[in-house]
Write a protein that binds this ligand. Structure first.
Ligand code: F6R
Length: 611
């Protein structure tokens, strides 16, 4: 989703802004732009497409030399991706420039009022309204830009992270936020604003997070933050706790394969510190034994892969603890008017911690009186800060749009939770808890083993990359894992794929199976081996080619399958952590075979901060 970067200091802002924009590329975008104070005034260059296009355009126009500027990557919401709709947008006669992430809901209303005051709009965006509004409120008044921005945001409905500059002070950037992330990087004689830390880390590791309703005045040697009343707020600086190398490819061709290969470490970071003497130990997560003992109904909320991890978690939680558990699509939870009781526990899953629907669903659950515990990767993200308790994944920065290591770490976190809950509720014995903990502790090593299937998956990719449709089948836990495997394939390779509960296919969808259709079946739950193999036979006898991921000890007749991969020995409840690995690799290599933009698939954004 849109990315914002801003720099003010002594060095030339252009390479710093461009570097910042490149590091925000992973969020997903379709155009980019920069506004900076040059000797000619407020210079704006914008371009549809990749940042490289913007760079070429800047150089073709003679370059930019400036010590202060703002930049933006746009993921279109209002109006097609085009130079005209790209940010920054200018207000009035070009004295003010604005970059924005989010959606201004009342922009049409404001636009028509501003038009009555003679403002002429150049774009279809909601953001241009903010630029003209700031200009309208600022012109002729001798007040600080920040005070004008404070007034302007009081008139906006919706969500925003904003970076605003004005010709009045060519070394100042004003930033504001509501429901969209914005960090301020604190340097030595220079400061930055950005949508996330990846855009500032090459200049500074020190940052503060702007909270909802706050406005910041960012100058080369000072940062002042005000609340919505205009009062100064003291903010506690934080330090980035990971290295720049974690956000670089480190010799891999794509971030996606790098992050797939990083899974043993990521999962170990989530699991290992929380297992002690054969028990799951929660310390700062806010998940006390008392809370777990009294949880009446557990609601798991997430979007996309986070939801898929939640579906696996739901199945294990009910199986081990017999506590009622529901997995919710966050965007549906918001409008379903779900029944939430005060003793309910909401587990909110989000890698970024900024997903708009997940955040809104969490706030709703909280308001209804539920206790909210977030499983989050990005430290100090909005969801992490607003949840009652947080279980951090500590998986390190994830840059590829398609999640891999964060998904695996989310599974790890949910396994920990399921075992802990069952132990507190007395539905598993201490000996069983130890068995699960030992098995969980070994998962990172077993993922390492699964990564050895890389060559085989690469070979299968060459064989199947040309298929136009792929079906993923599984029952119970394997169905949830199939959902994730299918999403991985479709999002990075653009091959149509669907996940089906294996027993459901024959109720209509089997009509799509024809000669050469690829079916990937998962059968890792021993009590369901026979059932699933019957479903595999149904598709194979209609011409499908079948890849089977089978649990250890699977002894069914696999003669109808074209390729069979057996998982190593693992309690069946934990199999999803292993079965997904070869399927991530398969999706990756199929995407590579098809020459897709693996790390930045079309139309997708890493952090979905609009509804
Ligand atoms: C798919 C993917 C998405 C995210 C979803 C939620 O590979 O990455 O489906 O899982 O957008 O994002 P977070 O976890 O940041 O809330």
């Amino acid at each position: 989703m849109c990315g914002i970067v801003g720099f003010t200091g002594k060095d030339n802002a252009l390479p710093i802004l461009l570097k910042g924009l490149y590091s925000l590329e992973y969020r997903g975008y379709d155009s980019a732009g920069i506004a900076a104070f040059t000797k000619d005034g407020l210079t704006v260059v914008k371009s549809r497409g990749r940042i490289a296009n913007l760079e070429d355009k800047i150089h073709a126009e003679g370059g930019i030399t400036a010590c202060c500027g703002i930049g933006h990557t746009r993921w279109a919401t209002h109006g097609e991706p085009s130079d005209r709709n790209s940010h920054p947008h200018l207000g009035g006669k070009g004295k003010v420039a604005v970059v924005h992430n989010g959606i201004i809901e009342n922009y049409l209303e404001l636009r028509s009022q501003l038009e009555k005051h003679g403002y002429v709009f150049q774009s279809e965006t909601d953001t241009e309204t903010v630029a003209h509004l700031v200009d309208y409120l600022h012109t002729g008044k001798h007040e600080e830009l920040a005070m004008t921005v404070l007034k302007a945001i009081g008139m906006l409905r919706g969500s925003y992270a904003l970076g605003v500059v004005s010709m009045d002070d060519t070394s100042e950037i004003v930033a504001a936020r509501r429901d969209n992330p914005l960090v301020i990087g604190l340097g030595d004689g220079e400061n930055m604003i950005a949508s996330d830390i990846t855009a500032i880390i090459s200049r500074t590791r020190k940052y503060i997070i702007l909270d909802d309703g706050e406005v910041a005045i960012v100058r080369p040697d000072s940062v002042t933050v005000m609340n919505s009343f205009g009062d100064i707020v003291e903010k506690q600086p934080q330090e980035v706790n990971w290295d720049l190398s974690a956000a670089e490819k480190g010799g891999y061709e794509h971030f996606m394969i790098k992050e797939i290969m990083e899974q043993p470490q990521a999962v170990s970071n989530t699991i290992h510190p929380r297992i002690k003497d054969g028990k799951v130990v929660f310390e700062d997560e806010g998940l006390t034994d008392e809370r777990l003992a009294n949880a009446h109904h557990i609601h798991i909320i997430g979007c996309g892969s986070a939801l898929h991890a939640g579906m696996v978690g739901r199945s294990i939680i009910e199986k081990l603890s017999r506590v009622r558990c529901t997995a919710w699509v966050a965007s549906e939870f918001r409008y379903e008017n779900p029944i939430i009781e005060p003793d309910d526990l909401c587990i909110v899953i989000s890698q970024s911690g900024e997903t708009a629907d997940t955040l809104a669903a969490m706030r709703q659950a909280k308001q209804a009186g539920a206790y909210t515990a977030a499983i989050v990767n990005v430290v100090s993200s909005t969801i992490a800060r607003e949840a009652d308790g947080v279980l951090y994944l500590w998986a390190g920065p994830e840059i590829a749009v398609a999640t891999t290591k964060a998904y695996s770490a989310q599974l790890g976190a949910l396994y920990l939770f399921a075992v802990k809950l069952a132990s507190v509720r007395g539905t598993i014995t201490a000996a069983q808890e130890k068995t699960y903990c030992d098995a969980l502790y070994a998962v990172p090593k077993q993922i390492e083993k699964m990564l050895e299937t890389k060559g085989q998956m690469q070979y299968l990719a060459t064989r199947y990359a040309n298929r136009s449709s792929v079906f993923y089948l599984g029952r119970t836990l394997d169905y949830a894992a199939a959902m994730e495997a299918s999403l991985k394939l479709k999002e990075v390779s653009y091959v149509h794929s669907e996940a089906y509960a294996a027993g459901e296919l024959k109720h209509g969808t089997i009509s799509l199976i024809e000669h050469g259709t690829l079916v990937v079946a998962l059968a890792t739950q021993p009590e369901l081996y026979e059932k699933t193999i019957s479903n595999i036979r149904e598709v194979a006898s209609r011409g499908a080619e079948v890849i089977l991921i089978a649990g250890d000890g699977f002894e069914g007749d696999t003669s109808c399958c074209n390729y069979v991969l057996h998982l190593p020995k693992i309690p069946p409840e934990l199999s999803a952590s292993l079965s997904i690995v070869p399927l991530q690799l398969l999706a990756y290599y199929i995407a590579v075979e098809r020459s897709c933009d693996v790390d930045k698939p079309r139309n997708l954004a890493k952090s979905v901060t609009v509804e």
